[in-house]
Design a protein around this ligand. Structure first.
Ligand SMILES: Nc1ncnc2c1ncn2[C@@H]1O[C@H](COP(=O)(O)OP(=O)(O)OP(=O)(O)O)[C@@H](O)[C@H]1O
Ligand SMILES: [Mg+2]
Length: 604
């Protein structure tokens, strides 16, 4: 076997394998270069999702002829002036994006510094393709054509122009959010897609996220230990089936970091169903020496010196904001209430259903067809479980409903006084300002979970010792993880110790879990620690387990309640945090204001 040094073209192609995965990654590198060059305006043109053409033009500092030649060489960069790899403030620093792209496409680089003439250099799949004068305004224009045309292995993995375009749009959006002070345009196949004027960060974010966030967003601004988190997140009830609207930034760099994504998910845990995702644009600022950006060739991941501090800031900050707004999620549903009574198309559907253009918003935006379906005298369809059908049935004597006489005056409880129960599932209450309907199962499930959580936070986690300690076999890394987290687990009532290289001995489990499959619990916990890292996730995990138990231990739909029981439930809901939504992010109650009722009867 003879060892040899690889030729530069091949080295570049190997690097391209990491840096340029698809058109969107080449585009990202080019836009980042434009921003690093001090551009105030960046114009992007794409054809066929970037497969045929990616062009990025900027009005930045430009390059001289010599600089242009150098820029196409590997490991040539202007961005590490003092070799300070630990204090990076630019997007680029590796000096390999341009030569990598040029090795797998036809690349035309045109540039002009102020006060000089422009120049053009072409590279065809790593080979010089000619040079000459170019006419362009000061700045730089890079054209990439036929990406991967000669790299069949890579070409095979590309998707349709449509999905490549979607990835390109996403890349531009992320960078446009990162640098709201810069203007952007994006054209695809000759059509103008985006025009963004320089703006303040919140304005830019609002332009690029769904405008619904004006009503369903929560502003975030919190700080801890020299770090600061700002941005916007969606209310739990405003969620999506895919996690494609989560924009995360560390010191203005767009990242797709597992730690941050995990922390975001952790903050919403038990407020949102597992397969639903919040919308978020979050900007984390940390001191430069707290973060290493040089951990991934595409620079989309970072490593924090103190990951648990970062997790703590994010989960703590978001959780606090979500708690503050916990009444709002449900109260917001008021606006949608008339629709729920009439059309039914929009009211709380099981996760995965009821998506309207991707967003799952209970009944929102449906005002245009308010009232269209109201037909109180029409024969009813077969009774079903949904609130809407039950709502219609309210107009007829329902067998399970038991009425309480209305007494004057109505005491001023936010959720009112129970007047009866419908279909042994919903509590109907009269409040000063309207009619309240509560889903008794969803509400009770929430209350049980919050009680369990309060007990835990008060340090009173009851544990249940196993009569015979149980040996659980796991693979070695899993045992290592559990062993490292043993102290935290013990705090949560789970006592487990190492029992040989590939086994753990479980001495006690949280009493709240009742009879439990210790092996499955440990395996799940180990997987969770591996995925999310840090002790926080264990708490989250137990929250999740607790939520499942809460569901089993709750007042079932279908149980007839006494008026006293109903009122007790309403009063407890009023004083329990996060009681406006069930553990799956659906509302636990809705209110029809007096005005809405009057509208329903045509009195207004
Ligand atoms: N649009 C541009 N305007 C001005 N100079 C540019 C532009 N694009 C690239 N350059 C110059 O070319 C150099 C090489 O660019 P390249 O993207 O290959 O590497 P980099 O940005 O330094 O690092 P990275 O590989 O991490 O992106 C840059 O350091 C910069 O000096
Ligand atoms: Mg670069």
């Amino acid at each position: 076997m003879s060892i040899r040094r690889l030729p530069p073209e091949l080295i570049n192609r190997i690097a391209a394998g990491e840096v340029v995965e698809r058109p969107a990654s080449a585009l990202k590198e080019l836009v980042e270069n434009a921003l690093d060059a001090g551009a105030t305006q960046v114009a992007v043109r794409l054809h066929a999702g970037g497969l045929e053409l990616i062009e990025v033009a900027d009005d930045g500092c430009g390059m001289t002829r010599d600089e242009m030649r150098l820029s196409l060489e590997r490991h040539a960069t202007s961005k590490l002036p003092a070799d300070a790899i630990d204090r990076i403030t630019s997007f680029g620093f590796r000096g390999e994006a341009l030569p990598s792209i040029a090795s797998v496409a036809r690349l035309t680089l045109e540039s002009r510094v102020r006060g000089a003439d422009g120049w053009r250099i072409e590279i065809d799949h790593g080979m010089p393709g000619g040079e000459g004068p170019a006419a362009l305004p000061p700045g730089t224009r890079v054209k990439v054509e036929g990406l991967f045309d000669k790299v069949p292995a890579r070409r095979k993995f590309l998707r349709s122009p449509r999905s490549e375009y979607a990835a390109c749009l996403d890349a531009v959006k992320r960078l446009a959010m990162a640098r709201s002070d810069v203007g952007f345009t994006l054209d695809h196949d000759g059509r103008r897609i985006l025009t963004l004027a320089p703006a303040e960060p919140p304005v830019r974010v609002a332009e690029l996220l769904t405008h619904e966030l004006d009503r369903h967003g929560i502003g975030i601004d919190c700080a801890r230990e020299g770090m600061r988190l700002t941005g916007v997140i969606s209310l739990p009830t405003f969620n999506r089936g895919v996690a494609d609207q989560q924009f995360l930034f560390v010191n203005s760099r767009p990242v797709k970091d597992r730690l941050l994504v995990g922390a975001l998910r952790g903050a919403y845990r038990d407020l949102i169903a597992r397969d639903r995702h919040p919308i978020a644009a979050l900007f984390l600022e940390v001191p430069l020496d707290e973060v290493d950006v040089n951990v991934h060739p595409a620079k989309t991941e970072v490593r924090f010196r103190d990951p648990s501090a970062v997790r703590g800031l994010i989960i703590g900050g978001l959780r606090h904001a979500l708690d503050e707004e916990s009444g709002r999620s449900a109260a917001r549903e008021q606006a949608a209430a008339p629709v729920m009574w009439t059309s039914g198309a929009d009211f709380p559907l099981p996760p995965g259903e009821g998506q309207r253009g991707g967003e799952h918003v209970n009944g929102l935006d449906a005002h245009e067809h308010v009232f269209t379906g109201i037909e109180p005298v029409q024969p009813l369809p077969t009774p079903g479980p949904s609130l809407v059908r039950e709502g219609r049935r309210l107009f007829e004597p329902a067998p399970a409903a038991r009425a309480e006489p209305a007494v004057e005056p109505v005491p001023s409880f936010p959720l009112g006084v129970a007047r009866g129960q419908v279909a042994a599932t919903y509590i109907v209450a009269e409040a000063e300002d309207g009619l309240v309907i509560v889903d008794q199962h969803a509400a009770h499930e929430r209350l049980v979970l919050e009680r369990m959580r309060a007990a835990r936070e008060g340090g009173a986690v009851a544990r249940q010792a196993l009569l015979i300690p149980e040996v659980v076999e796991l693979d070695e890394p899993d045992c290592d993880r559990l062993e490292a987290a043993a102290a935290d687990l013990a705090d949560l009532g789970l006592e487990a110790e190492r029992f040989g290289p590939t086994a753990m001995l479980v001495r006690s489990v949280p009493a709240a879990l009742g009879k439990t499959d210790a092996a499955k619990l440990l395996a799940d916990l180990a997987a969770e620690i591996a995925e999310l890292g840090g002790p926080m996730s264990l708490r989250d995990k137990l929250d999740h387990v607790a939520a499942t138990i809460a569901c089993h231990g709750s007042v079932r739909a279908g149980r007839v309640l006494s008026v006293a029981e109903m009122n007790a439930l309403l009063r407890e809901m009023e004083v329990t945090p996060r009681s406006g939504q069930c553990n799956h992010g659906r509302p636990t109650w809705v209110k029809l204001g007096h005005g809405e009722i009057e509208k329903l009867f045509g009195r207004r």
